[in-house]
Design a protein around this ligand. Structure first.
Ligand SMILES: Nc1ncnc2c1ncn2[C@@H]1O[C@H](COP(=O)(O)OP(=O)(O)O)[C@@H](O)[C@H]1O
Ligand SMILES: [Mg+2]
Length: 248
């Protein structure tokens, strides 16, 4: 693995009482990349994120953050504290709170114990919240109640709630499901803007036009194995990928 590897997976197996959900998956996700993970239902995509976030233990194989943190041996809370953040499919913003209150809450939750209870934000935290509101495109009215936002706007707010912690790795499970075309296009732009030298972004998605827009590299999973890896174009013309997924 190279110095710039964010997530390193080698020979990963996950069995659920005898059923092989993941079989011998190896991959490296470097900083500065948006990686898409695609494949039919049951391919093992969500299970892979579960392993990276410490929710599910591998049956065997290695999974590391940077070159140092053995994710197979860490609990979910410490993995999150070390900068791996995940967004589930369903937005879970606090609807009764405003856009900025949701972000303030998220930044306070990311603090150490004790400081978490302090209600006011430092100058730096305030700046961070403002920068994120701008980044997610919700700066027209930060006092707007989250419950009144569109589905797409709620998803952006939730991405913002991850961003205030300045995560190293962002994991997004089907971020554009249920979005309008316009919202999907804006989400693609937002996600492209999130990667940096200090950050990798992993996206699971079924919308291939969206994947084409956001992904630097695509990994195709099928029945728990890596079927192919490469550019969206090369995956599109791979006969095995067409057969099991794209050709449907
Ligand atoms: N907790 C679990 N117990 C038993 N089987 C599971 C569990 N989680 C996932 N599976 C199975 O593992 C396979 C991969 O699931 P999943 O990772 O959710 O696929 P994907 O996200 O690609 O649709 C599926 O066949 C699913 O039914
Ligand atoms: Mg899934």
């Amino acid at each position: 693995m190279t110095a710039s590897t964010a997530i390193y997976v080698d020979g990963l197996h996950v069995n659920f009482s005898g059923f092989a959900a993941i079989t011998n998956i190896s991959m490296e996700i470097p900083y500065g990349q948006v990686r898409a993970i695609i494949g039919p239902n049951g391919a093992g995509k969500t299970t892979l994120l579960d392993v990276i976030t410490g929710k599910t233990r591998p049956s065997s194989g290695e999974v590391f953050l940077d070159r140092s943190m053995d994710l197979a041996r860490c609990d979910e809370a410490s993995i999150a504290r070390h900068g791996i953040r995940r967004k589930f499919q369903k937005p879970s913003v606090f609807e009764a709170l405003s856009i900025s209150q949701n972000l303030e809450l998220a930044i306070r939750r990311g603090r150490g114990y004790g400081a978490m209870l302090r209600s006011w934000l430092t100058g730096a935290e305030r700046e961070q919240v403002d920068a994120v509101i701008h980044r997610i495109g919700l700066d027209t009215d930060p006092g707007q109640r989250a419950g009144t936002l569109s589905h797409g706007q709620k998803q952006w707010l939730e991405i913002g709630m991850m961003l205030v912690a300045d995560p190293k790795v962002l994991l997004l499970d089907e971020p554009v499901a249920g979005m309008s075309d316009h919202e999907t296009a804006r989400t693609a732009e937002l996600i492209r803007s999130l990667k940096s030298d200090q950050r990798a972004v992993v996206v699971i998605e079924h919308d291939m036009e969206f994947v084409d827009r956001v992904a630097d590299l695509v990994t195709v999973l099928h029945e728990g194995r890596v079927l192919g890896e490469g550019s969206m174009d090369s995956m599109r013309s791979d006969p095995r990928v067409i057969q099991v997924y794209l050709g449907r």
